[in-house]
Design a protein around this ligand. Structure first.
Ligand code: AMP
Ligand code: MG
Length: 331
């Protein structure tokens, strides 16, 4: 059984937030909504609480956690902030952008997975911000799914994956963006794109005035920089195949497969979930994976491969990883 409390998305009830914050301060786990996906929150300065996140998710211990903040001022207590990092926070927070920066000693090594850097984000969601504020500390928060599964975009998905492993789920309905935050590394002169996400790469490059480099052709550099990218991710229980707009993948029989994408496929599928735009596709893809894997007789999921622009870049990354291929990364 999962302990779920409904909370008003725009005006979170103070007594519900206070209850959730008390659980966090006591070292417990609270799943909470953000604008990207639902997060599994713990006290980000408490090593044991952070450890509970790894246990509840079945997350590999070498995959570091993002600390969620209620404002840019909190960042200076956790990381070294130079002028560029400060201006990026000013421009893009609150929002779906995570910054990797040199960590200060106060950050537990369980959070950073032993790296000397820490990932920070200020979410753009009234419930998340109220919770962090009430807890009075940074909230460590990876996506609130079992490791390797599609990220949860509503409270039902959290409950289905985590059950009683989480002390409380705050339910504010479905999320807005549907894909995780963009992660950039600002620890060296050259800014790096570690994970494409809800903040489009183009907007960041325009602001920074230079391209974001994607680390590591062979993957080594990329793995060292962002260990989480090495693991299988986002995968439903049914195999995912990519459709690039040409021939349909030969392994999937449309009569026993589901299709997810923006435009209609060139065959009749048993189940077809169409989203029209990249924004709607992003918002719906993980819930579509979860819905299709539950259909009796669904043997494959065929996912349309979007253009690598705007949210399309992050969609490609998630679809590729869900299909079991981690080569292409941000491509
Ligand atoms: P998740 O919270 O599950 O969406 O994943 C967080 C992502 O941020 C993973 O890809 C991590 O590898 C990445 N990340 C977190 N902390 C760091 C860090 N200190 N350096 C590089 N990447 C990080
Ligand atoms: Mg995740």
């Amino acid at each position: 059984m999962t302990n779920v409390l409904k909370v008003n998305r725009w005006n979170p009830e103070p007594e519900i937030i206070a209850r959730a914050a008390a659980i966090l301060r006591d070292g417990g786990l609270v799943a909470f909504p953000t604008e990207t996906v639902y997060g599994l929150g713990a006290d980000g300065l408490n090593a044991r609480a952070a450890g509970r996140i790894f246990a509840a998710k079945g997350r590999p211990p070498d995959n570091p956690l993002i600390l969620h903040l209620s404002g840019p001022d909190d960042a200076a207590r956790l990381a070294e902030i130079d002028a560029r990092a400060g201006s990026v926070m000013e421009a893009f927070w609150p929002g779906p952008l995570t910054l990797v920066l040199p960590a200060l000693p106060v950050v537990p090594k369980e959070v950073t997975a032993g790296l000397d850097t820490v990932a920070l984000r200020m979410p753009d969601h009234p419930v998340a911000l109220a919770l962090i504020e009430a807890a009075g500390r940074p909230v460590a928060g990876p996506s609130a799914n079992r490791s390797g599964r599609p990220s949860p975009t509503d409270a039902d998905a959290v409950a289905a994956d985590l059950g009683s492993r989480v002390d409380l789920v705050l339910d504010a309905g479905s999320v807005e963006i549907g894909l995780e935050s963009t992660v950039i590394d600002l620890t060296e002169r050259e800014p790096l794109l570690l994970r494409p996400g809800g903040m489009p790469r183009e907007r960041l490059e325009r602001f920074l005035g230079e391209p974001l480099r994607v680390p590591g052709g062979a993957g080594r550099d990329a793995e060292r920089r962002s260990p989480g990218t090495r693991h299988r991710h986002y995968a439903p229980a049914v195999p995912v195949l990519v459709w690039d707009g040409g021939e349909l993948p030969p392994d999937a029989d449309p009569r026993s497969s589901g299709f997810v994408g923006m435009a209609p496929p060139p065959a009749k599928f048993a189940w077809t979930l169409l989203f029209g735009s990249a924004e709607n596709y992003a918002r719906g893809i993980f819930a579509a994976f979860r819905s299709l894997e539950a259909r009796e007789g669904c043997r494959h999921i065929v996912a349309e491969w979007p253009r690598p622009e705007g949210l399309g870049l992050a969609l490609r990354d998630r679809i590729l990883r869900a299909s079991g291929n981690s080569e292409g990364g941000t491509g």
